[in-house]
Design a protein around this ligand. Structure first.
Ligand code: HEC
Length: 75
């Protein structure tokens, strides 16, 4: 599997998860949007993306400001 296919698979999974979260969400769209952002943040956190894609994440034991998340790292 090429990395592009892998990326497409990951993004599709997240999109499907986001859709099901939307379907199960409340009627307020702004609340739904912030739920999606929280859900995405949670998924990125638990699936370890920051370990390789955020500078200094592992040495700092995850204590890196959110604005630096996924900004790239020379792993
Ligand atoms: C073990 C370290 C590691 C983890 C954990 C990791 N990545 Fe990566 N990721 C890499 C490396 C290394 C590359 C660059 C691969 C290359 O292009 O040779 C990469 C590339 C990517 C790319 C670009 C692919 C492309 O087509 O160029 C995306 C998007 C990506 N990662 C998303 C994620 C997501 C989302 C997660 C969490 C689910 C994640 N990564 C977790 C190491 C990691």
């Amino acid at each position: 599997m090429t990395i592009q296919l892998l990326t497409a698979a990951v993004l599709t999974t997240f999109a499907l998860l986001a859709q099901s979260a939307t379907a199960a969400g409340s009627s307020s769209s702004s609340k739904r949007d912030s739920n999606l952002v929280e859900r995405g943040k949670y998924l990125v956190k638990i699936s370890g993306c920051n370990d390789c894609h955020t500078p200094g994440y592992m040495p700092a034991d995850g204590h890196v400001p959110l604005r630096l998340w996924l900004t790239g790292s020379a792993v």
